[in-house]
Design a binder for this molecule. Structure first.
Ligand code: HAM
Length: 412
């Protein structure tokens, strides 16, 4: 609704300004893509691909019904576009941002919608990994939330390391959890083979208990990965970005390598993630781009930000300068031309389209909340003037018609 849109615009304006300061450029990708793109990037075992894809049903027989899906997130599409447009040939590092709707077929509840909106960034480039870039992206997500006026959230970070670190981590989990796996819910038992990391963010009570007892640490990391993460943490500390280290944070999407992070506001209840992100160094290679193209990004959920802000932050709409009232039907033509002249000068103006009593027209005018009301009646027509009422002071003056445009330009 229009009053809510003002709050959305306020967030979007803040974000656009913020992204500009950090030299991120806007990218707009289509709202739907080939289903395959999402399946390959987010992973067949991810909940989004398994249960939440909204796939289009084409009427054309030659097009397989499951060929296209509404985008459940932005990262895969941005990377697809990066590769398709050979962006790596034009710049070493592409810093991109997006704002727009995403779609997931989840059961709606507070903070969880089937169409929701994300604003996100992706920093992509050949051999672009740097703990400083990771720190920049993580700090941006935190500072942007602060710029929106939020303060009560926590940032958790972790690293998954590279491919071989991940394999070590998975082996460790299989060894530790193997004999308890049959106590977990069936879907989770299946992921034991396919993707053991699902156990770490599962809501299954048995799994939660087992994970708690694991005493997770970073022993599976190579020295190189551990050093990278240490440098990132030191940089975040230097930037005064507060964080918690969470060894169990793996994220629900498969494309992540090394740094992962999540920001949550516990007061939001079960859907408490305001945003999340991480590094994905293998995805470009998997999607047919250069294997050396590395990337990191995050996405924030707009609806959750608004929930977290609560109702207290209202935003004023831009005021309407003039509201014109024709006191009789046959003066409407003149009033309408005056309205057009004002708008032509870039002055926000409107008119009462129905002839009604002055009292009822004034009531409508009051609702429009203009700075001035202009009355055109018998006397005004005869004397070639208008009556202007200042709605703040209540003061009423007569102004010659040829003077009015100048008056309006000076008094909006
Ligand atoms: P994600 O964790 O799936 O990550 O989503 C990011 C944020 O989008 C969530 O933290 C939440 O605020 C919001 N969100 C997700 N699903 C819903 C929903 N059904 N209703 C309302 N809000 C929702 C990603 O999407 C990754 N692409 C983030 C990323 C960017 N990683 C690297 N670059």
């Amino acid at each position: 609704m229009p009053a809510e849109v003002l709050r959305w615009q306020d967030l979007e304006n803040t974000a656009r300004q913020f992204f500009h300061i950090h030299n991120y450029k806007e990218i707009r990708t289509p709202y739907f893509e080939e289903t395959e793109l999402f399946a390959r990037s987010m992973g067949q075992t991810s909940e989004v691909v398994q249960k939440q894809m909204l796939t289009l049903n084409s009427q054309k027989e030659e097009e397989s019904a499951s060929h296209y899906s509404l985008r459940p997130e932005g990262t895969a599409a941005v990377l697809r576009s990066y590769i398709e447009n050979h962006m790596h040939r034009h710049e070493n590092l592409s810093k991109l941002f997006y704002v727009g709707p995403m779609f997931r077929g989840e059961r709606p509840q507070k903070g969880r919608l089937r169409q929701f909106h994300q604003m996100g960034v992706e920093a992509i480039g050949p051999q672009s990994s740097s703990p400083y870039l990771d720190a920049e992206v993580i700090a941006m997500s935190v500072h942007l939330l602060k710029a929106f006026g939020l303060n009560h959230f926590t940032l958790r970070i972790n690293t998954l390391g590279d491919d071989s670190d991940r394999t070590n981590f998975a082996r460790f989990l299989r060894d530790q959890l193997g004999d308890r796996m049959n106590t977990f819910e069936p879907a989770l038992q299946k992921s034991f083979k396919d993707n053991i990391f699902r156990v770490l963010d599962s809501k299954d009570p048995q799994a939660k208990k087992a994970v708690k007892g694991l005493g997770l640490n970073h022993s599976y990391l190579s020295k190189e990965s551990a050093d990278y993460f240490a440098k990132l943490k030191a940089t975040l500390k230097e930037m005064n970005v507060e964080f918690e280290e969470d060894f169990g944070l793996v994220r629900g999407l498969d494309y992540y390598t090394h740094t992962v992070f999540e920001i949550s506001d516990p007061s939001l209840g079960s859907q408490d993630a305001l945003g999340a992100g991480g590094r994905y160094n293998n995805l470009a290679g998997q999607l047919g781009g250069g294997g050396d193209i590395e990337a990191i990004g995050f996405a924030l959920g707009l609806e959750r930000i608004l929930l977290s802000l609560g109702e207290n932050k209202s935003v004023a709409s831009s005021p309407l300068s003039y509201y014109i009232i024709a006191l009789e039907e046959n003066f409407f033509g003149k009033a309408f031309m005056l309205l057009n002249a004002l708008r032509h000068e870039g002055i926000a103006a409107d008119i009462g389209y129905k002839s009604a009593s002055v009292k009822s027209q004034m009531r409508t005018a009051n609702k429009a909340n203009p700075n001035f009301v202009v009355l055109i009646g018998e006397e005004e027509i005869v004397k070639n003037q208008v009556t202007v009422k200042n709605m703040k002071t209540g003061e009423q003056t007569s102004i010659a018609l040829e003077e009015f445009e100048r008056f309006a330009l000076e008094n909006r």
